[in-house]
Design a protein around this ligand. Structure first.
Ligand code: PAF
Length: 279
């Protein structure tokens, strides 16, 4: 396994043998089972696999969030070596955003809801960094998790709009035994908060059960989830949404197909989660 930093080194490895297929798993490090499941899928689908690790400053709209984002490069490297990854790309900030950097990629409509409202500039930061990662690495396939449902949808849109050659693979959310979606931010929860954080999954499961039992009213589903979250003293709702999975526009009335998603603060830590119904 090679660990590289520069764009030239990545391209040299990628194009050593042009007939091989490559999977890329873009990450910000602090790897957990969710990331590893993406890597395992990439290893199944491709001849070679690369993982990028870069804590992307331009997708954080809150400085404190960026500063406390967990960093554990040695542990990450060990985990990836054990899985049999071929290359880890750890670009520096200078590599990704050289002096006088001024080119951004912005997907318009789909980023104006959900995380786009709650975290202005976040999605533009994600699409900009992912474009650069895809442009430099040119993977046959790139892997993202369904846990960041809007991110995955927006990246798919961007890749279609700008005719990137890579295929975008979206893999299922990995959960702890009690349902909490795996996230690098989970390590920041203290034991009491960690317990409280299960409220997101409980709320989503309640909505799913109601939908499966025939409830189609979007407002009612949101009320059900709101009541469950509000009953948890450590939780504070950022948003709860029932949206059309195709365009991410909020559904006002009947939900036949829906992306049910939420962002909830548990103490200071903001967690997101989602499920789909009827898809
Ligand atoms: O999902 C993430 O970890 C990040 O948003 C990504 C896709 C690696 C871009 O920085």
């Amino acid at each position: 396994m090679e660990i590289v930093e520069s764009i030239e080194a990545v391209r040299a490895i990628r194009w050593q043998n042009p007939s091989l297929t490559w999977g890329l798993v873009p990450t910000m490090g602090a790897l957990h089972e969710g990331h590893l499941s993406l890597v395992r899928q990439a290893l199944i689908d491709n001849d070679r696999v690369g993982v990028s690790i870069f804590v992307n400053p331009i997708q954080f709209n809150d400085r404190a969030d960026l500063e406390r984002y967990p960093r554990q490069i040695e542990q990450d490297t060990r985990m990836l070596a054990e899985l049999g990854v071929d290359v880890i790309w750890v670009p520096s900030e200078q590599t990704m955003y050289p002096a006088r950097f001024q080119t951004y990629v912005d997907v318009e409509l789909m980023t104006r809801s959900l995380e786009g409202v709650a975290r202005p500039g976040h999605m533009r930061g994600v699409t900009t960094v992912v474009s650069k990662l895809l442009h430099v690495f040119e993977p046959t396939r790139a892997y993202f998790g369904q846990k960041d449902a809007q991110q995955a949808a927006v990246i798919q849109q961007m890749v279609r709009d700008l005719a990137f050659r890579s295929e975008i693979m979206v893999c299922p959310t990995w959960r702890e035994a009690d349902g909490l979606a795996m996230s690098s931010r989970n390590v920041l929860l203290d034991p009491v908060e960690r317990q409280a954080a299960t409220v997101l999954y409980r709320a989503l499961m309640t909505a799913q059960r109601a939908w499966l039992n025939g409830e189609r009213n979007a407002q009612y589903l949101k009320t059900l989830m709101t009541e469950i979250i509000q009953a948890e003293p450590l939780a504070r709702i950022d948003y709860i949404s029932v949206a059309d999975p195709a365009d991410l526009i909020e559904i006002e009335r009947q939900v036949e197909q829906g992306l049910i998603s939420m962002a909830v603060y548990i103490g200071k830590i903001r967690l997101i989660d989602n499920i789909t119904v009827g898809v």
